[in-house]
Every structure is written in C-alpha cells, then in structure tokens.
Design a protein around this ligand. Structure first.
Ligand SMILES: Cc1cc2nc3c(=O)[nH]c(=O)nc-3n(C[C@H](O)[C@H](O)[C@H](O)COP(=O)(O)OP(=O)(O)OC[C@H]3O[C@@H](n4cnc5c(N)ncnc54)[C@H](O)[C@@H]3O)c2cc1C
Length: 293
C-alpha cells in the first residue's frame, strides 16, 4: 500500500491545526480534513499563557494572535468557597511566567481557530474544508487511511503512514479505532451557555480576567470577549439536568439570576442577537480519557 501522505489529520480545531503544522514544519506531507467550512463556532474561549506564548510561538502565529484584538487576560477572579468576597490570581504571580509572558487572551474561537488553520495552510499543510471523514481504513490493527466526502459529496479515500484523530469531543470517529472513552465521575457535568451584548467589566487591572462564581447548582463563567460581547455559561451537576433539558434558555437565565455577583454585571444588558452568539447551547460529558491510542 503506497501512502499519499505522511500524515492525515482529521479535524481543523486547535489540536488538528497544531499537530498538522508541527509535522509539516518538519518537511512531511500532511493532509488535514475538516468537516466544516471556517470560520465555525466553538466553545473554549479562555486561553492560558502556555498556548499564547508557547504553542503559538512554535507554530509561528504569536504575532498574528497578538494583533487580532482579542481581550488581554491577566488571570482569573473567583467568587468561590466560603469567602463572600471575590479573590484573584494573576499569571504574573509565578516567577515561571516572567513579563511579558504572564498574559493570555479571551478569544472568539471562530477567529482564533481560523488563524491557526490558515497558518497550517501557509506552512504547506493541504487543508480541505467541507470534507467530513466517514470511516477509517485499517490493515490489521493499524489505521492507514480514511474515507471522506469532498464538498460536492463525492466519496474519496486518502492513505498515510499515520492518521491523527483530532475531530474533537462531539465526533464519533474515536469509536472506530478501538479502545473506549472512560468518563470522569467527578467532572460529569453539563454546561449551558450563551452570550450578552455587553456587560460590566471588573476594575483594572483585572478587566480581562475570566470571572468564575459559584452558586447553589454549580458555577458560572463570565468571559469578556469584546466590549459588546460577554460569554456566560453555567456548569452544573447531573441532579440539575432536567431544567436544562426542558428549556435551556430559561434555565440559563434562571441560573444567572441565582448568582447575584454575575447578575449584577449584566443589569440591563441585552442578550446577544448576532450570529453565532444568538443561541443558547448545551454540552455534556466532555471530561474523559481514551483507553488506547
Ligand atoms: C463547555 C466547555 C467550555 C470550555 N471552556 C474552555 C476554556 O475556557 N478554555 C479552554 O482552553 N478550553 C475550554 N474548553 C475546551 C475546548 O473547547 C477544547 O479543548 C478544544 O476545543 C479542543 O480542540 P480540538 O481541536 O481538540 O477539538 P475541536 O475544537 O472540537 O475541533 C474539532 C474539529 O474537528 C471537526 N470534525 C469533527 N468531526 C469530523 C469529521 N468526521 N471529519 C472531519 N472533521 C471533523 C470539527 O468540525 C471541528 O472543527 C471548553 C470545553 C467545553 C465543552
């Protein structure tokens, strides 16, 4: 069996773009297949310094990310535990993150992920969007290719020495390559999240912090994405699932009301109506590991 590529990467999110770019930078032939056409929505907006100053630098996109206008994040503010007052951590507290690396960004993932994917293309990865992988091709225990459909619906196959599944949490591809997902009991949570068209910011120098506040059913995140856009999500445990399943939007707003520290920041702020931020979304079972690679 001859191989068309050294590596096929399934999925063009941060994991797929990073793996594809890193391998292409070493001179290998890489094909990346992405189901959607970018930009596409994704959750996971609050980054850490290691991503911004480590991985992005290795991939060659640190300057582009720095110039994209994302909210600068210096740390986190938490209303957590018994103390009624919020407390802060800043990345600069550790000597292991000297200035100017003690910062990260709050990102609109549609824009951040697209920067990474276009960069992969620039360094020589063959990127095909609108190309969902349907099946993996195996020989014995080894995956040596994939079957996918191209944007006009034509079935295609591609072969490679290695295949990386970076198709993310909601993909079913992992079930076709052996092993199983083992879900964390402790983190078996559900998240319900949406967006406001604005919102108060914390006092400087913490205005770009993620704010996390505990309330009876779980905790809320409050992420300042732009002056006119705030990501607000509730993470709750299974006993509170029923309300979310019945009416996610109403449950989301009730949970915000149940948390005065977050509700106060959103007084008289309308919910976002611009796409893709006009929806209330639900995700669950996202904490697991895989028994085999
Ligand atoms: C509620 C919630 C909140 C989170 N908050 C944060 C946060 O604040 N900060 C943070 O760092 N992380 C956060 N995360 C985690 C973050 O979302 C993920 O770690 C990150 O998106 C994983 O990136 P990925 O590239 O592995 O997958 P994804 O971003 O999911 O990308 C996978 C890609 O594969 C594509 N794909 C899927 N199936 C196929 C197929 N068959 N063929 C081809 N392509 C396919 C998809 O279209 C997608 O573009 C959060 C996650 C959740 C669920």
């Amino acid at each position: 069996m001859t191989s068309d590529y050294d590596l096929i990467v399934v999925g063009g999110g941060p994991a797929g773009s990073t793996a594809a770019t890193a391998v292409a930078l070493r001179g290998h032939r890489v094909l990346l297949l992405e189901r959607e056409t970018f930009p596409r929505y994704q959750i996971g907006e609050s980054l850490l310094p290691a991503t911004v100053h480590g991985l992005c630098r290795i991939l060659g996109v640190a300057d582009e990310v720095a110039e994209a206008g994302f909210t600068l994040k210096r740390g986190g503010t938490l209303r957590w535990g018994r103390a009624p007052e919020p407390w802060q951590f800043s990345f600069a507290m550790t000597p292991r993150l000297p200035e100017p690396t003690a910062t990260a960004f709050q990102v609109e993932r549609s824009r951040f992920d697209e920067i990474l994917l276009r960069n992969a293309e620039r360094v020589g990865v063959e990127v095909r969007e609108g190309s969902p992988v349907r099946r993996v091709l195996t020989e014995g225990e080894r995956v040596h290719g994939v079957e996918y459909t191209d944007p006009d619906g034509t079935p295609r196959t591609a072969h490679a020495r290695y295949v990386i599944d970076a198709s993310g949490n909601t993909s079913r591809l992992h079930g076709k390559v052996g092993g199983s997902r083992v879900y964390s009991d402790f983190f078996r949570n559900l998240a319900v999240f949406g967006y406001y068209a604005g919102g108060q910011r914390l006092p400087e120098p913490n205005s770009g912090n993620i704010f996390c506040a505990a309330f009876d059913a779980g905790w809320l995140w409050y992420i300042p994405l732009r002056d006119d856009l705030t990501s607000v999500g509730a993470v709750i445990s299974p006993e509170h699932y029923a309300a979310v399943q019945h009416d996610p939007r109403a449950a989301w707003q009730d949970m915000i009301k149940a948390c005065p520290e977050v509700a106060r920041l959103l007084t008289e702020v309308p919910v976002a109506t611009e796409q893709p931020y006009d929806q209330v979304r639900v995700r669950k079972d996202y904490s697991y590991w895989k028994t085999s690679l």
